[in-house]
Design a binder for this molecule. Structure first.
Ligand SMILES: [Zn+2]
Ligand SMILES: [Zn+2]
Length: 268
């Protein structure tokens, strides 16, 4: 039995004898099936062909991303807090060098993932570090490898300890969540947003889409809801899903002007 990994979205599936026929995450209109048709790999193959790059991005925040890029290419973030480390978002490759570095940084006491495109090999990470995974209950149907380590939470916010809060924003996915970290950006606050709020190329704005690869926008009401969900929290910086997709400063104003610009475009 093998836990196959979809090469287009990076999701690891429950163990099967043969590779699954389809990937429901890629067949959903928010993703796409690879142009060569559905293809699969395994963690063992990834361990041979790829490695992880691990870099400090600010004090108490470490990025972990795979090189060369695999699947969607996101990097995870390890948030170090006095009460334990939280792994935000996840990647498909976990290997011995990565485990050693993360253990040296204090391990992982909890995991949380913005939305199903980054569920990747979350169960592998959870088992190695003995960490529960906090997912919003609205995403149950997108879990391809069910496991008792997954804690589905309901409602609009969930504290993961002092100064770390999950906020359900919805939008791209109904249970799409972001992580607010009070101590981030020199205690001005940081938002770890995955692509629920997507940091765009000029890095002074974010965007909000139902599908990024297929360019399907969200309705104005959903954009207003996302902006309102993060509004009560102080934050100066936004870390998007890729290494350099960061709004470095005045991020709260960036969210407000981004939502206004987007809604103005929709409404003509
Ligand atoms: Zn897939
Ligand atoms: Zn996505």
């Amino acid at each position: 039995m093998t836990n196959y990994i979809c090469t287009t979205c990076g999701t690891q599936f429950a163990a099967t004898d043969e590779a699954p026929e389809r990937c429901p995450i890629c067949e959903d209109e928010r993703q796409y099936v690879g142009w060569q048709g559905q293809q699969w790999t395994t963690l063992e193959k990834l361990q041979r062909d790829y490695h992880n790059v691990i870099k400090t991005v600010e004090s108490n925040l470490t990025g972990i991303g795979t090189h060369p890029a695999f699947a969607i290419g996101q990097r995870a973030l390890l948030v170090q807090t006095p009460q334990g480390n939280i792994l935000w978002d996840c990647i498909s490759l976990l290997d011995e060098p990565t485990i050693a570095v993360v253990k040296a940084l204090g391990g992982v006491s909890a995991m949380a993932i913005s939305h199903p495109h980054y569920y990747s090999s979350m169960i592998e990470w959870s088992r190695v570090f003995d960490a529960p995974i906090y997912l919003h209950a609205d995403e149950r149907q997108w879990v391809m490898r069910p496991d008792p380590a997954i804690e589905f939470w309901e409602g609009e916010t969930r504290a993961l300890g002092e100064g770390v809060t999950l906020i359900r924003c919805g939008g791209h996915f109904a249970g799409g969540q972001v992580l607010h970290w009070t101590a981030g950006a020199g205690s001005r606050g940081a938002l770890l947003s995955g692509d629920i709020l997507q940091v765009v190329q000029d890095r002074r704005y974010v965007s909000f889409m139902y599908s990024y690869p297929n360019l399907i926008p969200l309705p104005a009401a959903a954009v207003r809801r996302i902006a309102a969900a993060v509004e009560p929290y102080p934050f100066d910086r936004i870390y998007g899903a890729w290494w350099d997709k960061v709004v470095q400063a005045e991020a709260k104003a960036a969210v407000a002007r981004s939502a206004a610009r987007y809604i103005a475009a929709l409404e003509g």
